[in-house]
Write a protein that binds this ligand. Structure first.
Ligand code: XIL
Length: 301
């Protein structure tokens, strides 16, 4: 096939991108989105600060815009993210203990209920583990409500939308290391105790400091072997030219080699859409032209 989405579909996968609602009026952006991708992740529009700006008052306008566009174009939606230490509204940042726990559960329930039946996969919990060698949970206001906050969030999401796949999503877990070992142990424990979890997301933000790990495929495979789907959720790779193209192709090949790796999402369309302050980490240049990384990705699919 001649587009990323159609080629991935031939492999039984999706190929998605992060989408910003305010860019949908840009015709270059909207045309690339429509033609190349068959899954979308709202880049910021479903986060806690966007969807519940004041406690108990929900705001779905820009997220609905993305979901409705996806629906009209037959694309899947990855929901991102129900419970996360970052991009919380100020009122939540100032809560703790039972009040925060109850607010978090209510948030998960309300948002997952609003989108019930429309989300392929939800990032229920994002970035809950610490970097480095400790294998510990990340310290956060949510973590300080008790170590069980993650499973409580997953149970609330399952109750609200039983059809959505429920994912744990994180970064620096792309290879085998202390952080990914800790996530692995949590997934193993959830599976053993019947806590609902269906997928693990690997953000896959790569650059010179944190390149594509040599054991990427092996790491995806060991998670898949626990009985969860694995997804590449926020792919971007710093660099340019052949080196960048080769890395993108290697990511695609790793995913295709793992039966339960069911989709890849890049974190933006054009280089100018990237959240990165500088660099050229995506598949299309700032004018929307296909880069060598695009061609390598399409060829590998
Ligand atoms: C980023 C967005 O791309 C930016 O627009 C925003 O300012 C900050 O968040 N990990 C995640 C994403 O899970 O939600 C982040 O998205 C990038 C890192």
């Amino acid at each position: 096939a001649t587009t990323l989405g159609a080629s991935a579909a031939e492999q039984g996968r999706y190929f998605g991108t992060a989408v910003a609602a305010y860019k949908l009026s840009d015709t270059t952006y909207a045309n690339l989105l429509r033609t190349e991708f068959n899954s979308v992740t709202p880049e910021n529009e479903m986060k806690w600060d966007a969807t519940e700006p004041s406690q108990g008052t929900f705001s779905y306008g820009s997220a609905d815009q993305i979901v409705n566009l996806a629906k009209s174009q037959g694309k899947k939606v990855r929901g991102h993210a129900l419970a996360w230490h970052s991009q919380q509204p100020p009122w939540a940042q100032s809560l703790s203990g039972t009040a925060l726990r109850n607010a978090m559960v209510n948030h998960v329930t309300q948002v997952a209920t609003h989108y019930k039946g429309q989300i392929d996969s939800w990032d229920v919990v994002n970035e809950a583990f610490a970097d480095g060698g400790s294998g510990a949970r990340r310290d956060s206001n949510l973590q300080r409500t008790g170590n069980d906050w993650i499973e409580v969030a997953f149970r609330a999401a399952r109750a609200a939308d039983p059809a959505a796949k429920l994912c744990y999503n994180d970064y620096n877990t792309d290879g085998q290391n202390a952080k990914s070992n800790a996530v692995y142990a949590m997934v193993q424990d959830f599976k053993a105790r019947g806590v609902p979890i269906d997928c693990v997301g690997f953000q896959s933000h790569f650059n010179a400091q944190s390149p594509l790990p040599a054991d990427y495929q092996a790491n995806l495979q060991r998670f898949a072997n626990l009985g969860v789907d694995v997804q590449i959720t926020e792919l971007d790779i710093e660099g340019s030219g052949t080196a960048q193209a080769n890395s993108y192709a290697a990511v695609v090949r790793a995913c295709l080699a793992v039966t339960r790796c069911n989709g890849i999402t890049v974190w933006g369309i054009r280089d100018s859409d990237s959240w990165r302050a500088s660099g050229t980490p995506l598949l299309f240049d700032g004018s929307g032209n296909k880069k060598p990384a695009y061609t390598a990705t399409l060829t590998a699919l």
